[in-house]
Design a protein around this ligand. Structure first.
Ligand code: NAD
Length: 493
């Protein structure tokens, strides 16, 4: 049974309740985890606030050493971390090995850039003045994480937050807390007590009190738009900072000059990666008519080759969905799309490749902009292909969305690329290389896909605020002070 981490102590929490963590591929019990409560959150946030007072004084160069050690330990522990990620979340082991590496790299990156910048020097407005800014940590950061990339989306928050001198209280998804607990216990044990705390449990029991807690200065949240809005509304009542990484219905355009074979495989990977449970999945695929027939035929053939099965198997391309509820939701979305006129070219059914929540990679065409699979976020392996007349129509339809997380295109034309880049509102724009992130570049969404950025220097600034310091090193009386009678002559007649 796995416990909560509060102020360096592993505790069974105030409630004495546990939750079973199920393997979504095999339905076997992976482990049990303590269900945290509002009381546990309060204690963790108090202790984190105390720990932060000392942590913020540690020089960046020392923090950097600890961060590199964390990264080394994570890499050494990759077999266990990727095993846990696979058994609790259902992603193929190969993808989870990548996730561990990317998460370790994030610690290396923030260890260095946090000691590189601390504010700036500003030209003064008068004689014998000195002006500069220092970027101060916010205090305690509450990190609330979804199920699909439990370590990666966590490290994008806690690496910059801790590097900037904050302490953190982590709330993993109630479905996937195990790799997080392992990483904190095994790889982050050199950090002073209380700097990192973990309270596992549900959104209602742990997430809500964390957003309300007076010791929490900032909520860094990744998850659905619906929950993100609830958090923003609540946080506004105490003017708590929020960084919100929310849902997406990203477009992927294949222009007529694209290499069709490359675009087919790129688009299929961008849609079926992690069984379509990726915020930046290519959820709307637009193909220009001139190449549509060839693209769709090849896309269906390629989809048939995707190997669905136990994610522990090294040859598996796609595992199950995370839960029974998630699969039912996807089934319902496909059913409604087909009732509205979408045509099923492949899949559209459960797969009997194991006891878990498997669903076939699915290809739909003749979808229209108002179909549920196009205007609702589909968090499952459903490729929705829309054939469009030409490049203008492709860009116009791709740009039409309430969301703005990412956008992908396949083209050799600089003209198409620049027009699409200008017209489509999205936090990341990928040309010929879908879904590739870079620790040094900001990641985040526009519109209903969120506010704020993770990664890059922006991701560090999300957890710091500037203080302007103004110094006059000569003490003298100023002519602008009282009495104003001295300045009477300045008033226009
Ligand atoms: P979710 O919103 O259901 O849950 C996310 C986290 O919030 C979980 O830890 C959950 O327990 C917690 N939570 C739930 N209700 C809460 C509340 N009222 N207050 C505080 N916390 C609460 O999301 P999910 O199903 O775990 O993840 C899928 C969603 O996440 C999709 O919409 C996906 O697009 C989005 N996502 C976005 C990004 C991004 O970077 N923009 C990345 C991954 C996933």
């Amino acid at each position: 049974m796995k416990k909560l981490l509060i102020n360096g102590e592993w505790t069974a929490g105030s409630r004495g309740r546990t939750r079973k963590i199920e393997n979504p591929a095999t339905l076997e019990l992976v482990d049990e985890v303590v269900e945290g409560s509002a009381e546990d959150v309060k204690l963790a946030c108090e202790r984190a606030a105390e720990a932060q007072k000392h942590w913020k004084e540690i020089p960046g160069v020392e923090r950097a050493k600890m961060f590199h050690e964390i990264a080394v330990k994570m890499r050494e522990d990759r077999a266990i971390l990727s095993d846990l990620l696979t058994r609790e979340g259902g992603k193929p082991r190969i993808e989870n090995l990548d996730e561990v590496e990317w998460s370790a790299a994030c610690f290396d990156y923030y260890g260095e850039i946090a000691r590189h910048s601390h504010g700036s020097s500003i030209p003064p407005t008068g004689a014998h003045q000195v002006n500069f800014t220092i970027k101060e940590p916010l205090g305690v950061v509450g990190a609330i994480v979804p199920f699909n990339y439990p370590l990666l989306l966590l490290t994008w928050k806690i690496a910059p937050a801790i590097a900037a001198g904050n302490s953190v209280v982590i709330k993993p998804s109630e479905l996937t807390p195990l790799a997080t607990l392992r990483m904190v216990e095994h790889s982050m044990d050199m950090l002073p007590r209380g700097v990192v705390n973990v309270v596992t449990g549900t959104g209602a029991d742990v997430g809500v009190p964390m957003v309300d807690d007076p010791n929490v200065a900032c909520i860094a949240f990744t998850g659905s738009t619906a929950v993100g809005i609830q958090i923003a509304v609540k946080a506004a009542q105490t003017l708590k900072r929020v960084n919100l990484e929310l849902g997406g219905i990203d477009p992927l355009i294949v222009f007529e000059d694209a290499d069709v074979d490359v675009a087919v495989q790129g688009a299929a990977w961008a849609r079926f990666l992690n069984a379509g449970q990726v915020c930046t999945s290519a959820k709307r695929i637009y193909v220009v008519k001139a190449i549509a027939k060839e693209f769709v035929e090849k896309f269906v053939e390629h989809t048939k080759t995707i190997k669905v099965g136990n994610p522990m198997d090294g040859e598996t391309d796609m595992g199950p969905l995370i839960s029974a509820k998630a699969r039912e939701r996807v089934e319902d979305q496909v059913k409604r799309a087909m009732a509205a006129g979408a045509k099923l070219l492949y899949g559209g059914k459960r797969l009997d490749v194991g006891p878990g929540y498997f669903y076939s990679p699915t290809v739909l065409t003749e979808v229209t902009p108002n179909h549920p699979v196009v205007c609702e976020e589909v968090f499952g392996p459903i490729a929705s292909i829309q054939v469009v007349k030409d490049a203008d129509e492709a860009i116009a339809l791709a740009a039409k969305s309430e969301y703005g997380l990412g956008a992908n295109i396949y083209t050799k034309s600089l003209n198409y690329a620049m027009r699409a880049m200008n017209d489509i509102k999205a936090g990341t724009f990928w040309v010929n290389d879908p879904l590739t992130d870079n620790d040094a570049a900001p990641f985040g969404g526009m519109r209903k896909s969120g506010m704020g950025r993770e990664l890059g220097e922006e991701g560090l600034d999300a957890f710091r605020e500037p203080k302007h310091v103004h110094i006059d090193y000569v003490q003298e009386k100023k002519s602008s002070w009282f009495p104003y009678a001295r300045r009477k002559g300045e008033i226009p007649k």
